[in-house]
Design a protein around this ligand. Structure first.
Ligand code: COD
Ligand code: ZN
Length: 362
């Protein structure tokens, strides 16, 4: 099958034919319909985060079950699925306490399948998997626990976005911060994930939603998603603008969706006493955060957040129902749809701030 392989940091992905071994125990072969191109993949290309190489990246996909390995009971051939980049085993300490996004299984993967081996090869060379998914290929063998069965009338080339960007952003608002109606919310970074923080804030009934970005096109997108104000961080003083917009109060909540320590500090400084800052972005490995402890002293809360604190098998079908009922925007997130051969131009456009999400359609 055709897949895009990262051999070296900062090098273009190589689109080539790989051998994909069939599914083993509790694994499933998926024929992918589409994959979103997320900034986290770009972090691995640039080496902000380390990963065993070579690797097929991609963690935002949807498709159809082609074949099931032994012991698989959750799905059968023909089922439509979204892939979760966290497998949820249902049995570890985190899963049984309702914290499925923190499932132990996620930390057993390390570039391989859960049994510690790979299914991907290029000739004699072993190719690594990414989060057990590797959606930048026509097919993927994934753990059964990474699958979320979905309704068949949902368009797979749209609901692929339910695999990462949407639950990460919407979930940060609804599950992690639990934003209350009438709140003021600052969203730093109006990219693919940030736009979902904006639409999460709309769903939560926030009164003012202040989008912050360095590109005008991103801010325009944010308005379309329900932001009430925009701040251009390339030319404006973000903290002073938030002070003006909130009539001196500052915000109840701030979400950092950029992945920089400077932005985390900026987020903290835009919140009022007792306000909450949620860090959605992951900073480059080795980054250190220095904050003024006085901020926290005044009942402020600083929270981390992964995968929008979601339970994939409960939240993803719900998000899809909301999309089908036109209460959640997905189509508007998609700036372009490309073939796998054009994946490097998708990353270039993401890096240049030109797009919200690009979909690779197989
Ligand atoms: N001030 C304001 N906005 C900025 C600044 C700045 N100084 N610098 C960049 N931005 C804007 C960009 O213009 C862009 O619009 C936005 O920040 C980032 O958006 P994208 O579309 O490039 O990236 P996303 O939305 O796909 O991903 C952003 C994350 C921060 C979520 C991502 O990079 C990340 O850190 N992911 C890890 C967290 C995670 O949960 N990972 C699992 C899978 S994503
Ligand atoms: Zn992602």
């Amino acid at each position: 099958m055709k897949a895009a392989v990262l051999y070296e940091n900062f090098q273009p992905l190589v689109v080539e034919n790989l051998e994909l071994e069939g599914p083993k125990d509790h694994e499933v072969l998926i024929k992918l319909t589409a994959s979103g191109v997320c900034h986290s993949d770009l972090h691995y290309i640039k080496g902000d985060r380390e990963h065993p190489m070579p690797v097929v990246l991609g963690h935002e996909g949807a498709g159809v079950v082609e074949e099931t390995g032994s012991g698989v009971s959750y799905v059968q051939t023909g089922d439509h699925v979204v892939l979760s980049f966290v497998p949820t085993c249902g049995q570890c300490n985190y899963c049984v306490r309702g914290r499925q996004n923190l499932c132990d299984a996620r930390y057993q993967l390390r570039g391989k399948m859960l049994d510690g081996t790979t299914r991907l090869r290029s000739g004699s060379q072993e190719i690594h998997h990414f989060n057990g998914l590797s959606t930048f290929g026509e097919y993927a063998v994934v753990p059964e626990d990474s699958l979320v069965k979905i309704r068949e009338d949902a368009p797979l080339d749209r609901v692929a976005l339910i695999g990462c960007g949407v639950p990460t952003g919407v979930g940060a608002v609804i599950n992690t911060a639990k934003v209350k109606p009438g709140s003021s919310v600052v969203v730093l970074g109006a990219g693919g994930v940030g736009l979902n923080v904006v639409q999460g804030a709309v769903l939560a009934g926030a009164e003012s939603i202040i989008a912050v970005d360095i590109y005008g096109n991103k801010l325009e997108n944010a308005l379309q998603f329900g932001a009430t104000h925009m701040v251009d961080a390339s030319g404006e003083d973000v903290i002073e603008r938030v002070r003006d917009i909130t009539r001196g109060d500052m915000a109840d909540y701030a979400f950092e969706v950029i992945g920089s320590t400077a932005a985390i500090n900026q987020a903290l400084a835009t919140t009022k006493r007792g306000g909450t800052t949620v860090v959605v972005g992951v900073t480059p490995a080795g980054a250190e955060l220095t904050i003024d402890p006085d901020f926290l002293h005044l009942d402020r809360v600083l929270m981390g957040c992964t995968y929008g604190s979601c339970y994939p098998r409960a939240d993803m079908p719900m998000l899809i129902d909301m999309y089908m009922a036109r209460r959640l925007k997905l189509d508007e997130l998609i700036s372009a749809t490309l073939k796998l051969e054009d994946i490097n131009s998708a990353f270039e456009a993401l890096d240049q701030g030109e797009v919200a999400r690009t979909i690779i359609r197989y």
